[in-house]
Design a protein around this ligand. Sequence first.
Ligand SMILES: NC(=O)c1ccc[n+]([C@@H]2O[C@H](COP(=O)([O-])OP(=O)(O)OC[C@H]3O[C@@H](n4cnc5c(N)ncnc54)[C@H](O)[C@@H]3O)[C@@H](O)[C@H]2O)c1
Length: 256
Amino acid sequence: MTGQSYAGKTVLITGANGAIGTATAKMMADRGAEIFAVDIPGTDWKAFRQAVGHGDRVDTTEADVTRETDVKDYVIKAKTRFGKIDVFFNNAGIEGKYQELPDLDIENLESVFNVNVKGVVMGLKYVLPLMYAAGKGAVVNASSVAGLGGSPGLTPYIMSKHAILGVTRTAALEAAAKGVRVNCVNPGPIDGRMMDSINDGQGGQQKMHDATAAAIPMQRFGTPEEVAGLVAFLGSDDAGYCNGGFYTVDGAMTAA
Ligand SMILES: NC(=O)c1ccc[n+]([C@@H]2O[C@H](COP(=O)([O-])OP(=O)(O)OC[C@H]3O[C@@H](n4cnc5c(N)ncnc54)[C@H](O)[C@@H]3O)[C@@H](O)[C@H]2O)c1
């Protein structure tokens, strides 16, 4: 095992059943954490539980992060189950449909905004008070390289991930003096369902995958585990002075 121990820490993860959520849950559970995993109603948790292991320290619940009652509920359940929330990985997100602006369907805009921005903000609204009361805690919001630059056909997603920078900075300024850190991660293209879907929209999965990979200085997509490593660092005491920042994990994609 490498990295700081998570023994005795409780980690709340939304979008936990996805590629990055599962890898993060596994990495933190392997390091000793208790994991409270949240994902959309109807989630089949079998593969997640199998991948993460440590069944005695892992619990799950279903919640739609766009509904305030569900958000309030998953936070109460996590606190009831493990007594506290030390680290919150505010990770649930959707990519939306690939549509250039003249074809933009407003429902697409609203649904991406609801999950990626409203869902993240509501998570903060209900988790931060618990961390303030404890006088400590770390939040990691999921932004993206899509929060640092544009990409044709992905206005709702790009807009939502830019918003996460603003939310993160504002939350950090509110939380810093209360002992709580709020940062965000900005992954580049990561192997998994989400990039397959984006590549489909852009004209063919394999062709777009190869073209995108060739344009990345490291010539490949990242892995969910490589994002998990950064999230685990930012959630740990090793990152004690990291607050209000954004951190790329993108194979040098945004270095140019
Ligand atoms: N995959 C990438 O290349 C990449 C790159 C940069 C940033 N990100 C961001 O990282 C996060 C995780 O992405 P991923 O690759 O694991 O995607 P994923 O699709 O594998 O996982 C996302 C998870 O969020 C859940 N979710 C969606 N809507 C929800 C809702 N309303 N309520 C509750 N849960 C909901 C999904 O069910 C899914 O399990 C997302 O915010 C994504 O935008 C991904």
